[in-house]
Design a protein around this ligand. Structure first.
Ligand code: APR
Ligand code: PHB
Length: 389
C-alpha cells in the first residue's frame, strides 16, 4: 500500500489531520490500535476553544456540534463559600467556549471521514514505524491477521501519550515533565447539572469541578490522591464529597445514576522537538497538560492545523520552510498553554506539601482574579483560547 501521509492514531488529532489533508487534495491512511467503538466511547474532557469550533465549522464538520454543543460565556470560581463569575465573553470581545464531549468530536470526525471515502484501519496490531529519516518511511501493521506495509512520504504520530511514535525520536530530544501529587476522579452522571455554567471549586478537602454535557447529564470531578483505588469510592461517597466541596452558596449537587467513573493522574509533559526527519508528532503524543484548563484537545487541533498547512505548502511548492518551522510554531503555543494549565492547577488544588503560607498565597491569587478586571481578563483570554497566530 502507498499513501502520502500515514497517520498513526484515530483520536482527535489523527482524524482531524486526515480531514484537513483531504480538503487539500493530500491522501492519507489512518491506522488505529483500538476498535471504532472503543475510541468513540472513551469519555474525556469536553471543552472546545473558540478557534477549535471555528475550524470545525469552516470545514463543514460542526452540524451536530452546533445542534448539541453548549456555548458558555462565563465560568464560576468558588472559594470560601462564595462563587464569583468570570464573564469570559465580555472580557474577550465575545469569544466563548463550547461544551461538547470529546468522544462526540471523535464520532463526528470518524463518520464524516469514512463517508468521504477516507481509509481508517481500526484494531491494527503490531503497529511499527520504520525509516523515518529516509524519504520513504513505512508503517507496518496487522489487521484481521493480515500484515500490511504502508509506504508513505511522511508519518504523523497522533498516537497519544501511550503511543509508539514518540519512541522514535533520537536521544537528543528533550522530555520536560511535572507530576502533580493528585489525580482527578471523574464521573458522568444522569443528573441535572449543578448550574448551566462550569464551577471550579477551591476547598480545604481538595479541588472539585462541576461541568455538564446536556441539561440532563452532569460531568463532575474531584481531586483525589493519585494512587486512590476506585473501589474505595462507592457512588454515595462521591456524591457526599461533591456536595461538600461544591454544594455551597445556594447550590445543590443533584444526584443520579453514575454512568461512568475513572481516576486520571495529573501531569504536564512536553517532548521537544516534535519532529524527527519525516516523522511529525501531534497532540498527546507530544504533550500532555493537566485537565484544569481543558486544553488537551484544543492543543491537538492547533498542531494538526499547523501540520496540514505545512504539508500542503510542501506538496504544492517543494518548500520545506513550513515543515522546518512546525515544531517551533507548535511549541510556542504548547508552552503558553502549559503555563496556563499549570497556573490554574496550582491556584485551585490542595497540595499535600503546602502550609498555611502557600494556602494564603492561593487565596490571594483567587481574590485578585475575581476582583481585578485585568487579572480576570488574563484568565478569560487563555480559557477561551488565544487567537491562532
Ligand atoms: N498504534 C496505533 N494507534 C495507537 C497506538 C499504536 N501503537 N497507540 C495509541 N494509539 C491510538 C489510541 O488508541 C488513540 O485512539 O492513538 C489514539 C490517540 O488519541 P488520543 O489519546 O485521543 O490523542 P490525540 O488525538 O492527540 O488527542 C488529544 O486526547 O488525551 C486526550 O485530553 C486529551 O483531549 C486531548 C486529546
Ligand atoms: C469537562 O467537561 O470534561 C471538563 C471541563 C472543564 C475542565 C476539564 C474537563 O477544566
Amino acid at each position: 500500500m502507498r499513501t502520502q501521509v500515514a497517520i498513526v492514531g484515530a483520536g482527535p488529532a489523527g482524524l482531524l489531520l486526515s480531514h484537513l489533508l483531504h480538503r487539500q487534495g493530500i491522501d492519507s491512511v489512518v491506522v488505529e490500535r483500538r476498535s471504532r467503538e472503543y475510541v468513540e466511547q472513551r469519555v474525556r474532557a469536553g471543552v472546545l476553544e473558540q478557534s477549535t469550533v471555528d475550524l470545525l465549522r469552516e470545514i463543514g464538520l460542526a452540524d451536530r456540534l452546533d445542534r448539541e454543543g453548549l456555548p458558555h460565556h462565563g465560568i464560576a470560581l468558588l472559594f470560601d463559600g462564595v462563587s464569583h463569575r468570570i464573564p469570559m465573553s465580555d472580557l474577550t470581545g465575545g469569544r466563548a467556549i463550547t461544551v461538547y464531549g470529546q468522544q462526540h468530536v471523535v464520532r463526528d470526525l470518524t463518520e464524516a471521514r469514512l463517508a468521504g471515502g477516507g481509509q481508517v484501519y481500526f484494531e491494527a496490531d503490531d503497529v511499527t514505524v520504520l525509516d523515518v529519516t529516509s524519504a520513504t518511511p513505512r508503517v507496518r501493521f496487522t489487521v484481521g491477521g493480515r500484515s500490511t506495509e504502508l509506504e508513505c512520504d511522511v508519518v504523523a504520530g497522533c498516537d497519544g501519550f501511550h503511543g509508539v511514535t514518540r519512541g522514535l525520536l533520537p536521544a537528543s530530544a528533550r522530555i520536560l515533565e511535572r507530576e502533580y501529587p493528585f489525580g482527578w476522579l471523574g464521573v458522568l452522571a444522569a443528573a441535572s447539572p449543578v448550574d448551566d455554567e462550569l464551577i471550579y471549586a477551591y476547598h480545604k478537602r481538595g479541588f472539585a469541578l462541576a461541568s455538564l454535557r446536556s441539561p440532563t447529564i452532569s460531568r463532575l470531578y474531584l481531586q483525589v490522591d493519585p494512587t486512590e483505588d476506585l473501589a474505595e469510592w462507592p457512588d454515595q461517597r462521591i456524591w457526599d464529597e461533591l456536595g461538600t466541596r461544591i454544594g455551597q452558596d445556594g447550590r445543590t449537587v443533584n444526584e443520579g445514576p453514575i454512568l461512568e467513573k475513572s481516576i486520571v493522574p495529573m501531569r504536564s509533559f512536553v517532548c521537544e522537538p516534535m519532529r524527527h526527519g519525516r516523522l511529525f508528532l501531534a497532540g498527546d503524543a507530544a504533550h500532555i497538560v493537566p485537565p484544569t484548563g481543558a486544553k488537551g484537545l484544543n492543543l491537538a487541533v492547533h498542531d494538526v492545523h499547523v501540520l496540514s498547512a505545512a504539508l500542503s505548502h510542501w506538496y504544492a511548492t517543494g518548500s520545506e520552510t513550513g515543515l522546518d518551522e512546525y515544531s517551533t510554531t507548535c511549541l510556542n503555543r504548547v508552552w503558553r498553554v502549559q503555563h496556563f494549565s499549570w497556573w490554574m492547577t496550582s491556584m485551585l488544588h490542595r497540595f499535600p506539601q503546602h502550609d498555611a503560607f502557600e494556602q494564603q498565597l492561593q487565596r490571594a491569587q483567587l481574590e485578585y482574579v475575581v476582583s481585578s478586571p485585568a487579572a480576570a481578563t488574563s484568565l478569560a483570554e487563555n480559557y477561551v483560547g488565544l487567537p491562532w497566530s
